[in-house]
Design a protein around this ligand. Structure first.
Ligand code: ADA
Length: 568
């Protein structure tokens, strides 16, 4: 299940989810003839989507693995194989031929197989979960970098001329929405084809175009329409519009909501009204499912966010599944979406690596084009906790922010700094996110006051005075069930105290426009015996969740709920 709604009526689609053959490849032998023939006997079964690190014997396996399934075609067909998420590198083979590869586990990619013969076909994917200093995330991350085909695989049958992509843009004035649809078509045909292309939303037909598309070529066209008395999407008012494009024998449905988001006088305005953001950071992770987070649990996480009084969630630290973002759209909950930048705070070597930069730019591109239409997303996050006191960070910031703004001018660009007092990249962003852990890693909670004063001075000297500030991370660890009479470190009481006092400070500061507590629920962390990192993570979990990993509330959850539901 990739989306919460049907994207095609004409185009035939089917999910290849289910039991696949699976075999690890610790020695990296590659797809040799030998591997090919050995595959069945050496393999076991694994469910797709899932993460292999949730299975017995594979708890700590990092490396390469092979997946295999079969599919049938009843006639010669053009196929598109869509992979929603494979951690982290994928090489795809059909009938023994290498047809493509992809780096980046949290963004979707697809491969086209034109004119595939009728019959039974073998699909093999070599997955590699190995990370290093030039990957996103790097091999040092404060979460468990599971391996596997973590999201659905879909097979689509394409006609000879198909819709490659759709971009919906709009301008709003008064109660009129002017809508522009940019449709990208692709021909796989050996001859030129005439084609009628039209679009509709809620029974209203847009301008129609009749085009001639040359054999094997692509074609871009724009369709326009006006929607009078449109309904605005807003927090708690999830008004959505569904657009369907038909082009010859193909179709594509997508959805958006009409709303504006901007910054003015130090405030974030949603539909012209100031917004105070109350939320949490959330990894899309569960001890039994890893990152292959099932829809049923998403719905429950969303219900918990609503119960707590949140209006925003940060998709820390990577693009989350489309089903989740669809749910946020449908429930009027906001999202901060970002790419997986983690582990770059210790050295600037990674920041200066051309390969790392190229991968980051590519991921930003994939995230924005995949999620462009979601009204819930109001921020694109460029990076998290890099050393923003350095020239390397400045250069990377310029490249990333340019990439984001070149693709999307309708949203705000933000990031999370861990050096607010000395940061030199502030001026490139619309909104500043500050990650600080007073009361946990440094000093007492009161330290937030001095830090903020120093930040405001720095912002002024950097030409960023008056930009809206979000406390994008703060919190403390509390082991579920460890409650007592006094707030000892690691107890639920201590965590609740830190979060409560911090929220009081932030809510009293008019320059702070929102708070995102670290974290929604406890998450598994990569604590390997041969590495020095995260040795303080009891149970091999980051225990700063307001809920434990099974979504049972801690004391801090109940206090946050009380605060988030009260007037500021
Ligand atoms: C950072 C980081 C989070 C998490 C947190 C913590 O702010 O962005 O991913 O690691 O610290 O718990 O220390």
């Amino acid at each position: 299940m990739i989306r919460t709604f049907q994207q095609h009526q004409l185009r035939r689609t089917r999910l290849l989810d289910g039991l696949w053959d699976f075999a690890t490849d610790p020695n990296n032998v590659g797809l040799t003839e030998q591997w090919h023939t050995q595959f069945p006997s050496a393999s076991r079964k694994l469910v797709v989507p899932s993460c292999w690190n949730n299975e017995l014997g594979l708890y700590e396996y990092i490396g390469a693995a092979w997946y295999r399934t079969y599919f049938d075609t009843t006639q010669e067909t053009n196929l598109r194989l869509c992979f929603e998420g494979i951690l982290h590198q994928a090489d795809v083979y059909v009938d023994g031929q290498h047809i493509g590869n992809h780096f980046g586990g949290y963004t979707q990619f697809s491969l086209i197989l034109p004119h595939l013969a009728q019959g039974k076909h073998e699909l093999i994917i070599r997955v590699n979960s190995t990370l290093d200093w030039q990957t996103l995330p790097t091999d040092i991350a404060d979460w468990y970098s599971y391996g596997g085909i973590i999201r659905s695989v879909e097979l689509q049958e394409l006609p000879d001329v198909y819709i490659d992509s759709l971009q919906i843009d709009y301008t709003l004035s008064g109660d009129i929405a002017e809508v522009q649809l940019q449709v990208q078509l692709q021909s796989l045909s050996l001859s030129d084809q005439p084609l009628v292309v039209n679009a509709a939303t809620e029974g209203q037909t847009f301008s129609e175009a009749t085009i001639q598309i040359a054999a094997g070529q692509s074609y871009q066209l724009s369709l326009h329409g006006t929607i009078a008395n449109f309904r605005r999407w807003d927090v708690g008012h999830p008004e959505l519009y569904t657009f369907t494009i038909r082009a010859g024998e193909d179709d594509l449905t997508d959805r958006t909501g009409f709303r504006t988001v901007e910054v003015s006088s130090g405030q974030i305005l949603l539909n012209g009204s100031p917004l105070y953001l109350q939320g949490v950071n959330r990894h899309e992770e569960h001890p039994e499912w890893g990152f292959a987070f099932p829809p049923k649990l998403m719905l429950k996480d969303l219900a918990i966010l609503q119960d707590m009084g949140c209006n925003i969630v940060r998709g820390s630290h990577y693009p989350q599944s489309q089903f989740w973002i669809d749910l946020l759209d449908e429930h009027g909950m906001l999202l901060w979406s970002e790419i997986p930048m983690w582990g770059c705070f210790m050295s600037t070597e990674t920041l200066a690596s051309p390969l790392f930069t190229e991968r980051g730019v590519h991921m930003l591109g994939e995230m924005i084009s995949r999620d462009y239409h979601h009204p819930s997303i109001i921020f694109w996050g460029a990076h998290n906790e890099i050393d923003t006191r350095t020239q390397e960070a400045l250069e990377l910031t310029k490249t990333f922010v340019n990439k984001i703004r070149s693709m999307d001018a309708s949203r705000l660009v933000t990031y999370a700094t861990m050096h607010p007092q000395e940061d030199i990249v502030l001026s490139y962003f619309d909104v500043i996110g500050i990650n600080k852990y007073y009361g946990w890693y440094e000093g007492s909670v009161d330290g937030f006051r001095d830090m903020l004063q120093d930040y405001y001075k720095n912002a002024e000297s950097q030409g960023a005075a008056g930009k809206p500030v979000i406390m994008s991370e703060f919190g403390a660890a509390g082991i579920f069930g460890d409650a007592g009479w006094e707030p000892r470190l690691f107890s639920e009481d201590y965590q609740a105290d830190v979060v409560q006092q911090a929220l009081q400070i932030f809510r009293a500061d008019p320059r702070i426009v929102g708070t995102l507590i670290w974290h929604f629920a406890d998450i598994r962390v990569d604590v390997r015996s041969d590495r020095p990192y995260f040795r303080d993570r009891a149970r091999s979990f980051n225990n700063k969740g307001l809920l434990n990993e099974y979504r049972k509330p801690k004391l801090a959850y109940r206090l946050v709920k009380e605060i988030y539901r009260s007037e500021r």
